[in-house]
Design a protein around this ligand. Structure first.
Ligand code: BGC
Length: 761
């Protein structure tokens, strides 16, 4: 086991808060399923635990009560469900159950192996009667069999030979977690899954369950296998929606009893007959040796790390955190067009499994550059919900175009608070932006003709309908930018630039597709007229971008600079995040930012302003941004890098790298912060590496943080595999495969044939 791939902790502290955080940190997921890292044997009464297993994109519909029924407000939302639990495995020695809270825990550790793709727990336990067992448990959500989760449980008697009893459960009566005091998780608990029936077949139990309102079905299967000399294997006892199986083993001192529990998941969104699919998959997976599954897992990850490895020399702890973050991205991202990446991946119930702009602006860039097929799938998912976005646009009063919902699972708006929900129109531009980024990185015009362009034309139509003309400029009113501490404003700088880019690309793609003879099908499909393209171009050219002459900065919006600055000096530390301590109206009245907004614009649309404006803007917003959102420090790090503010860039980068591993936002128990993890990757590649993907090509401007000896990353650009190594001698670009390609380094255009070397600037 190579240390660099391991994230390990000692588990001796049984502090409840730490246990909850570790349930998230050590969860197993593969983009389809996610299982929190709960102790198999459970917890004593009074302990808080979020025992959860989730399927990406599998949801029920819940009522969202609106106290005042205004027209068009979302009254229902989609919620990701905690489906059946198969984690429970209990070990008994002379009737005494193994528990971390009983007897004596002589040693205990848990770790994540990012090379082999499993988590593990090792405990040396002394029962109250003096018998000692060594327990080692591995858990894996398979990347090669997305429906499969396995627990590989080994018990070795240390100082005795005798009876060991193992009991394994399959529990279908589960509920989602809730916390009425935190707006970031569901406020109410509700029984979303209604048992349909259960069956026992071929040594496995299957529980078939229906959702209350969304008309969906899920089938989970559990099969227990054991390898030990003398074992009495009990029948599977199925009662209601709960199955138990008991094994009585005559164990020998020093000999491991290996108990393997397979769990499969099948839902009716992907599979026509969930039950048949679960059974077929169970048969397939339990008939091959487990070692085969481990081998496939390793092969999958070898490929993943080969294309996306990020290495830092000179700071091992930080390097491990960065690797952890990248691993979470591949665990979280949906691998089929029925799903996306939830704000918490598949690690917890924060934000109810919803997809936000987080995907397009924070996580997708990682995949666009290292795994374009996954990125394409993310665009396909948005394409599959385009009709819903059209419906949403009508609800919001637009005669044409598409407006993507702020948060969703299957495409409907699931945000109940429109000022920081539906009003965040920029999400439509963000989706267009990342669709363009996919095209710029791959040159895949066919996909644009088939799907991508339709998203861009439809969102462009919405912008034209949303904006208005005022004194020769095109303006956008009553929207909310990325900063959720400032809502319903006019001419949010980020939004206007993002709309402008969307309009620009609608015009550009129209021409590109026309030239390539690929325009007709999409134009016909959506009835696109040449006159609309003229309209797009006019609005793009006349887009109003607020600028303050006196300060030499871009105001976040028309009224932002007229407000009083928040009284930071007299705000106690414990009042952060502000959203949990102040009424929104109170916050909105001040100059205070939850997250990067104008500063984000200076990164994404950097060519819109000169360096001096960006420098002044950064200094201004840096003072008034609380970073209460996890989407913020990574962006500040990138822009600080651009401005040559090395210390600041490094500090913000460090904050973002450690956010979940150190639980700095105090809510990791509800799930990982996937956007921050993607942003952390960007802080290296776009920040220190100075990478940009533009219509004019791939641009690099690497710098080396003084704390590091070197760093390396890889990316795939127009089908070429490029490695970038930055060390004290400079930067070396190596073309690992593909035809020679033009790149820009420190503003200079050059042809990358084999390798190129540049001293640092
Ligand atoms: C942020 C949003 C983000 C959401 C989900 C909020 O706290 O302000 O920008 O989309 O979390 O991560």
């Amino acid at each position: 086991m190579s240390e660099k791939w391991i994230y390990k902790i000692d588990d001796l502290k049984m502090d409840n808060e730490a246990l909850l955080v570790n349930e998230t940190i050590f969860h197993n997921a593969n983009g389809y399923i996610g299982v929190r890292s709960n102790f198999e044997e459970g917890y004593p009464e009074g302990y808080d635990t979020i025992r959860g297993s989730y399927i990406n994109g599998f949801y029920d519909i819940t009522e969202m009560k609106q106290a005042e029924k205004l027209f068009g407000m979302a009254e229902e939302k989609e919620t990701m469900l905690n489906v059946a639990d198969g984690q429970t495995i209990c070990v008994y020695l002379d009737g005494k159950k193994f528990s971390m809270f009983d007897g004596e825990v002589l040693s205990s550790s848990r770790w994540l192996d990012m090379q082999n793709g499993y988590t593990a727990r090792k405990v040396l336990w002394k029962a109250p009667n003096g018998k000692e067992v060594d327990i080692e448990i591995r858990r894996m959500a398979s990347f090669s069999h997305l429906q499969v989760f396995v627990i590989d449980y080994q018990v070795t008697p240390v100082n005795f030979s005798g009876e060991v009893i193992i009991e394994s459960e399959h529990q279908g009566n589960v509920r989602n977690y809730c916390n009425p005091n935190d707006p970031r998780v569901a406020g109410e608990s509700f029984q979303h899954l209604i048992p349909d029936h259960g069956v026992v077949e071929n040594g496995a139990s299957y529980l078939i369950t229906n959702t209350v309102s969304s008309g969906l079905q899920v089938c989970t299967g559990v099969k227990n296998t054991i390898s030990a000399g003398e074992t009495e294997t009990g029948e599977i006892v199925l009662e209601g929606h709960h199955a138990v199986q008991k094994f009585i083993i005559q164990a020998k001192q020093g000999e491991a009893v290996r108990f393997v529990k397979y769990m499969v998941f099948a839902d009716s969104i992907r599979y026509q007959d969930a039950q048949t699919s679960a059974k077929d998959e169970m048969e397939a997976v339990s008939s091959v040796p487990l070692e085969q599954l481990y081998k496939e897992q390793r092969e999958y990850l070898d490929k993943f790390w080969e294309s996306s490895a990020l290495e830092i020399d000179g700071d091992d702890a930080l390097c491990a955190a960065v690797r952890y973050n990248a691993y979470q991205l591949i665990q979280s991202v949906g691998k089929d067009p029925y799903c996306d990446i939830a704000a918490k991946g598949l690690s917890g119930e924060g934000y109810e499994g919803h997809y936000f702009w987080d995907t397009e602006m924070y996580m997708q860039p990682f995949f666009t550059l290292t795994n374009p097929e996954v990125s394409k799938n993310l665009v396909e998912y948005r394409y599959s919900t385009l009709d819903k976005a059209r419906e949403n646009a009508r609800i919001l009063g637009h005669k044409k175009g598409a407006a993507y919902p702020w948060r969703t699972i299957r495409g409907r708006e699931c945000s109940g608070y429109f000022p920081s929900g539906s009003a965040q129109y920029h999400i439509s531009g963000d989706i267009a932006y990342s669709t363009v980024a996919y095209y710029l990185a791959t040159g895949d015009l066919d996909f644009m003709a088939e799907k991508g362009a339709e998203i861009i034309f439809e969102t462009a139509r919405m912008w034209v309908d949303l904006g208005c003309w005022h004194k020769g400029t095109f303006q956008i009113h009553e929207v909310t930018g990325p900063d959720e501490y400032t809502c319903l404003v006019s001419n949010n700088y980020y939004t206007n630039l993002n709309a402008q880019y969307n309009l620009h690309w609608a015009v550009r793609l129209y021409k590109l597709l026309k030239e390539a003879g690929k325009l007709e099908p999409v134009a016909e499909r959506i009835g696109l007229q040449e006159s609309e393209i003229e309209e797009f171009e006019k609005a793009e050219k006349a887009m109003y971008l607020p600028y303050d002459e006196k300060l030499g900065i871009n105001p976040q919006d028309d009224s932002f600079l007229n407000k009083a600055v928040w009284d930071f000096e007299n705000t106690p530390k414990e009042d952060y995040p502000l959203l949990l301590h102040y009424h929104p109206m109170h916050i909105y009245r001040y100059q205070v930012c939850k997250q990067a907004d104008t500063v984000l614009a200076h990164f994404i649309f950097e060519d819109a302003q000169d360096m001096e404006t960006i420098r002044k803007s950064f200094a201004y917003y840096d003072k008034i941004t609380t970073h209460d959102s996890s989407l913020s420090t990574c962006i500040y790090s990138i822009v600080a890098s651009k401005l040559g503010l090395a210390d600041k860039a490094y500090e913000y980068f460090g904050d973002s790298a450690k956010l979940d591993l150190f639980n700095t936002h105090q809510n990791t128990k509800d799930g990982i912060h996937t956007a921050n993890m993607g942003g952390n990757y960007m802080a290296i590649v776009y920040g220190f590496g100075g990478f940009r993907l533009k219509e004019s090509g791939a641009w690099f401007a690497p710098a080396l943080p003084k704390q590091w000896d070197a760093y390396r990353f890889k990316l795939i650009y127009l089908g070429r595999h490029i490695q970038v190594v930055v060390n004290k001698e400079g930067t070396t670009f190596t073309l690992e495969s593909g035809e020679p390609v033009q790149i820009h380094v420190y503003g200079e255009e050059c042809l990358l044939e084999n390798s190129l070397h540049f001293p640092l600037k």
